[in-house]
Design a protein around this ligand. Structure first.
Ligand code: SF4
Length: 706
């Protein structure tokens, strides 16, 4: 069990993992072993934690923790180095690439778990320190389709436009592509309260997940058929007259253009596309049609597709037609995944974005940021490549040749992962800041040991748009530096240090407040003190006197007209569907014991005992066809690669589909199989649908040890 010296005996802070950002109390524990318990005073989780939260401190004093920089030596090995050696190597490598290939040949890749201060600074580092347009982050693989759809329909992207506690008082909730019972268990208290009050929960998921098992009705759709399902439900609601015409007239636009499209989604057709029986479609529509406080929530199941934006827009259409959006306990929202998935997409680490959710191609936004940064607006580069395109182009003509990466492990988390690993190997310089030697860090030329969640302070923005304060609770080990120190040190060596002379996260936050002032995600009135006093502040909060905005659509939507917009969207088939050679759908996701690429959670003994390896869920009929028995190791094959997983034969998965979690690297990396077909708007890869076949274990003996 790791030991370390906490800074205080009892510190209120937050879990390092998902977007629920549970409040925790971090204490000294016994015998120097830190203790973590749920913070009953924090109004979001109200004391509840999942097993990842309870074990979060196990990573802090972990024996595999990086405590010195590493630099690749003449033999090609990563060797321990001093900070000066590592930073000199980085500066020389960056300057060499800039000299030979231009400023845009250096890229930055960030993460959705970084604090707002780091996110902001990373965006500034790219545009002002490196003067490159090429920065993006792994949140592109998480929330971008929901964000793209919300901006089209509502004019603003805040995952939940209302407090999460509203779920408990909705009378009917349609939950699409989300399994919070495993991925975000403390959230379930709100669904349980909703059910206890007589509410109805309809779950849409190809799998019979733990969440689906608790639902009133489970619609087990074919992967990739989400838009057809939403349109089919709206067809039935229109036919029965169970839509809110008064709300549609007063608070929306574009409804009439929708009618013609929706008319073509009659139940027999929708059953054929989605596999959901007509009787279940009718039952779901009746439940929704009777609702007084209807709520529609989507998550990665519908969003991580090449039609992700279309899918979300189809569910937004449904929510708007049901009415009451903007009023308490009703409306549309998305359940954010990563710890700072919301703040991470607001502060400028997206390729097309400046802080405050400003667009980088907006002259007024560029002028505002130039004034904050003390540069000329013309010096701010234009939009760069999206995450997958940036990674895919690494080392090629016109692509980046040097990459600085923080808070991400794309060798495990990117689609078509074997190809992405090859692209990483082609770089002239790869710099990775991390606290463990992740699969991506192993390929780096320079690895920098960075501080962990409890060792530095900063703000995060949870799934509700509530800005919270992650307080420092533990000392940083010797040899380790914070990401803010790392950015400053690299900038100084590049001669840009005067733009990055911050000594603390609060100093960065003060600049972030000015940067976001007047923007969509306006943090200007938020201070650390106000966050402490209010247990978080919902953005927008434009002035010091303002308390923040828990419900953002109460009076108007953020479109120019103030009305929410309907979009006539149609179902389109996934980029790849099963055929004779690859007869099954593959869909991927998370399990209770692990978080994202598993860099942290795979090193926590208690979590590894819970989930030591990936299990592939296979329906008994598909298993019999493939000659697979429960517990056998099988090889899954797609057009892009292979992966090994242990079979879990279960009726909880459709006959035509297999499910595998994506937390593992190496031969068990399921993202070696996934399809990088991109959504045209969000540039989201199609993680949730591709075609695979199962090979019996004997076919590829020895692969597990590769
Ligand atoms: S992983 Fe998420 S749900 Fe679990 S304790 Fe942490 S913040 Fe809470």
């Amino acid at each position: 069990m790791p030991t370390l010296a906490p800074t205080a005996t009892d510190t209120a802070t937050h879990c390092p993992y998902c977007a629920f950002q549970c409040g925790i109390r971090f204490g000294a524990g016994e015998d120097g072993v830190p203790s973590v318990v749920g913070d009953a005073d924090f109004p979001v989780n109200k004391g509840a934690l999942c097993v990842k939260g309870f074990t979060a401190s196990d990573t802090l004093g972990h024996p595999e923790r990086l405590r010195t920089p590493f630099v690749r030596d003449a033999n090609g090995d990563l060797a321990p180095a001093s900070w000066d050696e590592a930073l000199d190597r980085i500066a020389a490598g960056i300057q060499d690439v800039q000299h030979r290939h231009g400023l845009d040949a250096v890229g930055v890749f960030g993460g959705g778990s970084l604090t707002n201060e780091k996110t902001y600074l990373l965006g500034k580092f790219a545009r002002v320190g490196l003067r490159t347009r090429n920065i993006d982050y792994n949140g592109r693989f998480c929330m971008s389709s929901a964000a793209g759809a919300a901006i089209k329909a509502f004019g603003v992207d805040r995952g939940l436009p209302f407090p999460v506690a509203d779920i408990a008082q909705a009378d009917v909730v349609l939950l699409v592509g989300s399994n919070p019972a495993e991925t975000m268990p403390p959230l379930m208290q709100y669904f349980q309260a909703q059910r206890a009050a007589g509410g109805t929960l309809i779950v849409v998921d190809p799998r019979r997940t733990v969440t689906a098992q608790s639902a009133t009705l489970h619609l087990r759709l074919t992967p990739g058929s989400d838009a057809a399902l939403a349109n089919g439900l709206l067809h039935l609601l229109l036919k029965s007259g169970a839509i809110d015409m008064e709300f549609i007239r007063e608070r929306t636009e574009g409804f009439e253009q929708l009618r013609g499209v929706i008319a073509t989604y009659w139940p027999e057709r929708v059953e054929k596309i989605t596999g959901v029986p007509e009787a279940q479609l009718v039952r779901a529509a009746q439940m929704l049609g009777k609702a007084q406080r209807p709520m529609v929530l989507t998550a990665r199941g519908a969003e991580q597709q090449a039609q992700g934006v279309t899918n979300v827009l189809a569910f937004i259409n449904l929510a708007l037609a049901l009415g009451r959006s903007g009023q308490p306990f009703a409306g549309f929202g998305t359940i954010t995944g990563q710890g700072n998935g919301q703040g991470g997409r607001e502060q400028g680490q997206k390729a097309d974005q400046l802080p405050g959710y400003r667009r980088i191609d907006d002259p007024a936004a560029r002028a505002h940021m130039a004034a904050v940064w003390g540069i000329h607006a013309d010096e701010i580069p234009g939009p760069g490549r999206s995450a997958y395109e940036l990674l895919d182009d690494m080392g090629r003509d016109g692509g980046v040749r040097a990459l600085v990466l923080m808070g991400s492990n794309p060798v495990v988390s990117a689609p078509r992962a074997l190809h992405i690993e090859e692209r990483f190997r082609s770089l002239d310089l790869l710099v990775v800041a991390d606290f463990f030697l992740s699969e991506t860090a192993k390929l780096a030329d320079v690895v920098l040991p960075s501080a962990q969640w409890a060792e530095e302070e900063g703000t995060m923005t949870n799934l509700e748009g509530r800005v919270i304060l992650r307080r420092r609770a533990s000392e940083m080990p010797d040899g380790v530096r914070s990401d803010l120190e790392i950015i400053r040190a690299i900038a100084e060596r590049l001669g840009r240090g005067d733009h990055f002379a911050y000594d603390s996260a609060p100093e960065v936050f003060e600049e972030l407040r000015r940067a976001t002032a007047g923007g969509v995600a306006d943090y200007a009135g938020i201070t650390y003190e106000k966050i402490e006093a209010q247990q978080g502040v919902f953005w927008p909060c434009p002035t010091p006197e303002h308390d923040g905005t828990p419900r953002i659509f109460a009076d108007r939507f953020a479109t120019p007209s103030g009305r929410a917009r309907f979009h006539p969207v149609r179902h389109e088939a996934p980029a790849e569907e099963p055929d004779a050679e690859y007869p099954l759908y593959l869909t991927t996701g998370r399990v209770l014991g692990h978080y994202q690429s598993g860099t942290q959670t795979r090193r926590v003994e208690r979590l590894n005992k819970l989930s030591p390896e990936p299990l592939v869920e296979i329906n008994p009929i598909a298993a019999k066809r493939a000659g697979v028995v429960d517990g056998a190791l099988v090889t899954l094959v797609s057009r892009r690669g292979t992966a090994i997983a242990r079979a879990r034969v279960t009726r909880d998965i459709r006959e035509d589909t297999v499910f595998v979690p994506f937390h593992w690297g190496g031969p068990s990396s399921i993202n070696r199989l996934t399809n990088p077909a991109l959504d045209p708007t969000s540039r989201m890869p199609e993680f949730k649908v591709c075609a695979v076949r199962i090979e019996a274990p004997s076919v590829r003996q020895g692969v597990m040890s590769a």
